[in-house]
Design a protein around this ligand. Structure first.
Ligand code: GDP
Ligand code: MG
Length: 397
């Protein structure tokens, strides 16, 4: 591993200034919420550029085949009675989490659509490409007290790519995940099955398998401050009866949470869980999160729709609450920090940004395996374009 501090002093011009003799401090980025208060930064209304699906074998398809349709139970005064533990573990096909997919599926979509991205030729070169989930982690960082993260960054043909690296602590936790936690993860997916149909106007089928290889991903364009963004996020379902049929406004995020009985439980839910729900759905412009509240026996007995744009109201007057401006200002600051750090355009060069709660974000420099994440098939196809640019698409394409 090369350390970042050593090379920067190697400037060509020798100036006999005292500061030139001081040891160079490695750059870092603080994460204290107080530093990021202030007005909400510019965030472009996210627009959907396209989508893709992953099938039961985790194979990529450049279409919406895995999209499901919101199908809530009838609201005839009765409460739902979804048994979230039904089918566990015999009708559970969990995705193999040992496979590190990095940005591969998103890059597959970018490669397929690079010649006809809105924003025109050159837009991609100024953009940041990543998963929505990585941006969610950045948004919640100023308030996170438990889990750190690592993000790998490479610049290639101008574009800055950000791809998460599993921390050793996260890997340990995954490999020693208690059986109860594994079942809780299943229950979240099982709730989706109770709430979604495979066809618009169709019915749900809770007798089927829960296969978490299957995913529908929306690809979105936005901009935070002066950072154009292209990111993709998994979408749970579309509401065929939404007031606006245009994605992402018609998408619905589904969540489960423990039934709450005391004011203390509610306060903690608003402070912790609602922050994560807000960050995840605000980024892609998903307007509603439908929560299923489960009792200790694992049955969902009540549903509640939370409007993404109203989630902040639950903590607005809470001194220990979260603030959307802090989340977005920190994210913008991190993106500027990354843009200024990753200067060299080289798909084999990786800057690893590391963060642990209570510390600033630090950075280290790496080359090739194991941290390089832009696949050869992507780099080669994009490089071929420069040698023989693709034809401008005709209106017929
Ligand atoms: P989320 O917001 O954290 O759910 O993540 P995204 O919506 O950004 O998902 C991006 C891609 O990562 C999709 O293909 C998801 O299926 C996949 N994904 C989501 N969560 C996880 C996870 O915990 N582990 C792994 N390996 N992949 C995940
Ligand atoms: Mg969900």
């Amino acid at each position: 591993m090369e350390s970042r501090g050593t090379k920067r002093g190697a400037g060509k011009i020798e100036v006999a200034e005292p500061w030139n003799k001081l040891p160079l401090l490695a750059p870092s980025l603080p994460t204290n919420p107080a530093l990021y208060a202030g007005p909400f930064p510019f965030y472009r209304r996210p627009s959907e550029l396209g989508c893709f699906s992953l099938d039961a074998q985790r194979q990529y398809h450049g279409d919406a085949r895995a999209l499901r349709y919101y199908c809530p139970p009838p609201t005839n005064g009765q409460s739902p009675n979804f048994d979230l533990r039904d089918g566990y573990p015999d009708r559970y096909r969990p995705r193999d989490e040992e496979v590190q997919e990095r940005l591969d599926h998103l890059l597959c979509w970018v490669l397929e659509h690079r010649g006809r991205l809105e924003g025109g030729p050159g837009w991609l070169a100024g953009a940041i490409v990543t998963w929505r989930g990585h941006l969610t982690k950045l948004l919640t960082t100023p308030y996170e007290r438990q889990e750190g993260w690592q993000l790998a960054a490479s610049r290639f043909q101008g574009t800055l790519y950000l791809s998460e690296v599993e921390t050793p602590a996260a890997r340990d936790q995954r490999l020693t995940r208690p059986p109860l936690l594994q079942e809780l993860m299943y229950m979240g997916y099982k709730f989706e099955q109770y709430m979604c149909a495979d066809k618009p106007g169709g019915s749900t089928d809770p007798s089927g398998e829960v296969n978490t290889n299957v995913a529908f991903c929306s690809v979105l364009r936005s901009r935070l401050g002066n950072h154009p963004l292209l990111f993709s996020g998994e979408v749970d379902c579309i509401d065929p009866q939404a007031p606006t049929a245009q994605p992402p406004s018609c998408y619905v995020e589904l969540k489960t949470s423990k039934e709450m009985h005391s004011p203390g439980q509610r306060k903690s839910f608003y402070r912790r869980k609602l922050l994560k729900w807000w960050a995840q759905s605000f980024l892609p412009g998903v307007p509603n999160v439908v929560a299923g509240f489960r009792n200790p026996e694992g049955f969902v007995c009540s549903l509640k729709t939370f409007r993404t744009m109203e989630m902040f109201e639950y903590v607005r007057n809470d001194r220990d609450g979260w603030n959307p401006s802090v989340c977005m200002n920190f994210c913008a600051a991190f993106l500027s920090f990354a843009q200024n750090t990753v200067v060299q355009d080289d798909p084999r060069l990786v800057y690893l940004f590391s963060w642990e709660p209570g510390s600033p974000v630090t950075v280290s420099e790496h080359r090739d395996a194991p941290h390089a994440f832009l696949p050869t098939w992507y780099v080669e196809a994009m490089t071929q374009d420069l040698l023989s640019p693709p034809k401008t698409p005709s209106p017929k394409d």
